[in-house]
Design a protein around this ligand. Structure first.
Ligand SMILES: Nc1ncnc2c1ncn2[C@@H]1O[C@H](COP(=O)(O)OP(=O)(O)OP(=O)(O)O)[C@@H](O)[C@H]1O
Ligand SMILES: [Mg+2]
Length: 197
């Protein structure tokens, strides 16, 4: 098991105004892909932020390979986010001035990898998501679906244990959205069954 949550509680505000976004969530994430679905306001983003250590829950615990995120220092949690987690958001997360491969290489270079090696890894990841040949295009020269593939390549480039995606197809048409889900599922294709409650 990679990631697990026990009795996760997140309450925003207090008293009559309190919003109970998470009320005792238990979740075990195994290798493979897991989709969390629910109506607007049901707590999906809150759950994802708590699992990724972006937000501190009101109660309960999150463990990555057994290590409790709640007892880590901010510095340790930040390092963990950079090394073990990848993120894909709805849209607009690429640096407009940089070509696709430099956008993808950015996390590696921020972590100290030499430019040439980082670009090599980035180009490989762009090929994995079907963008061979478009490495030097800037985001403005790509379609929405292609730009989202660049974002997926960037989330994968540091070979994280877990990739978090919050509505990664929300800004795309239905067909392109399905394609993107296939790219994401393909990237995590060493899938094993998961369980959650
Ligand atoms: N910072 C906040 N302060 C107060 N309430 C909040 C805050 N963030 C979220 N909420 C409330 O918590 C609940 C869950 O919100 P969350 O954003 O996790 O839902 P969601 O499932 O991601 O919704 P969507 O599908 O619209 O993105 C909602 O009722 C929301 O109003
Ligand atoms: Mg949300």
């Amino acid at each position: 098991m990679i990631l697990s949550a026990r009795n996760l509680v997140m309450t925003y505000g207090a008293g009559d105004a309190a919003a109970h976004a998470l009320a005792g969530v238990n979740l075990d994430v195994e290798p493979g892909s897991l989709a969390i679905m629910g109506p607007s306001g049901s707590g999906k983003t809150t759950l994802l932020h708590c699992l990724a250590g972006i937000q501190r829950p009101t109660g309960g615990s999150v463990r990555l390979r057994g290590a409790d995120l709640g007892t880590m220092s901010d510095r340790e949690r930040t390092a963990l986010r950079r090394r073990d987690f990848g993120f894909v958001f709805q849209s607009g997360q690429l640096v407009a001035e940089l070509p696709a491969n430099e956008n993808v290489a950015l996390p590696l270079m921020l972590d100290g990898m030499a430019h040439r090696a980082a670009i090599g890894r980035a180009d490989h990841c762009l090929t994995l998501v079907g963008l061979a040949g478009l490495e030097s295009r800037r985001p403005g020269q790509l379609s929405g679906g292609q730009a989202q593939r660049v974002a997926i390549a960037r989330a994968l480039v540091a070979e994280p244990a877990v990739v978090f995606a919050d509505e990664p197809t929300g800004a795309l048409d239905q067909n392109t959205g399905q394609e993107i889900m296939q790219v994401l599922a393909g990237a995590t294709s060493r899938a094993a069954p998961h369980s959650w409650s």
